[in-house]
Design a protein around this ligand. Sequence first.
Ligand code: SAM
Length: 266
Amino acid sequence: MNESRASDTPLPGIDASRPNIARVYDYLLGGKDNFTADRELAGQLLSVNPGMEQWARDNRAFVVAAAARAAREGGIAQFLDLGAGLPTHPAVHEAVREVNPAARVAYVDFDPVAVVHSRALLAKGDGLAAFQADLTDPEAVLADPDLAKVLDLTQPVGVILGGVAHFLSPAVMRATTAAYVSRICPGSWLMISAGHAEDEGPLSELRPAYTAADAFRHTHEEFTFFFAGTEIVPPGIAEARRWIAGLTAPPPDHGLYVRCGAGVKK
Ligand SMILES: C[S@@+](CC[C@H](N)C(=O)[O-])C[C@H]1O[C@@H](n2cnc3c(N)ncnc32)[C@H](O)[C@@H]1O
């Protein structure tokens, strides 16, 4: 038991005057864990592309649906949620515990606010952990003592990279996913979603407004390559509403959508 990471741990280096990825996304999802700077940036983004709000909802729907599917179809009982963000309902553990009440989840984010809020939410939960790390450093993530408390890497694991790939260059994403895939055992699931647009237009409009991070547009080939070493499950790499069985609402009409997929390690 490690009490040094309690939810009331002071937050070093938090600057509420600067917008941040996790809190902007929280605001877009209707959450309350955000500051004025985050809301102002979200407002600017929405004025450039009103589809951002729907994008966030679709992205979240994919994360929850993919995790539940991995639990149901793949029998996955433990999950590594990379770039997990601020707690959102349903959280990944809530979604997968509908399938397997004993499922375990490790939440990882490089944002200290997201991690502290996750810890507060998880304080009383068995089989749950949240820790701060850069997901592009798989060795550090996988060696974190908090991960070892809830995940057993000799067993299949569901690795989730929800709504984070567009912040990483194709080369970094390739290296990152290759490293995780090499360390997880056969039968493990890899689930990835990212913002996407068919042409540069929507992203080149959003980029100057999105001051919290870089934004990359990956080609279909690049996105597919992130799943190297896995077998991609139906319906393949798809727009989120097509991926989520039964979700038949028309795709968003703002040129911006969620591209996603899941693969099972061979
Ligand atoms: C758009 S939110 C997505 C949250 C959640 N995964 C979802 O899909 O609903 C992206 C999250 O990734 C986190 N993030 C971005 N780059 C990261 C990195 N290199 N390491 C860890 N977390 C990162 C941000 O702090 C933010 O919380």
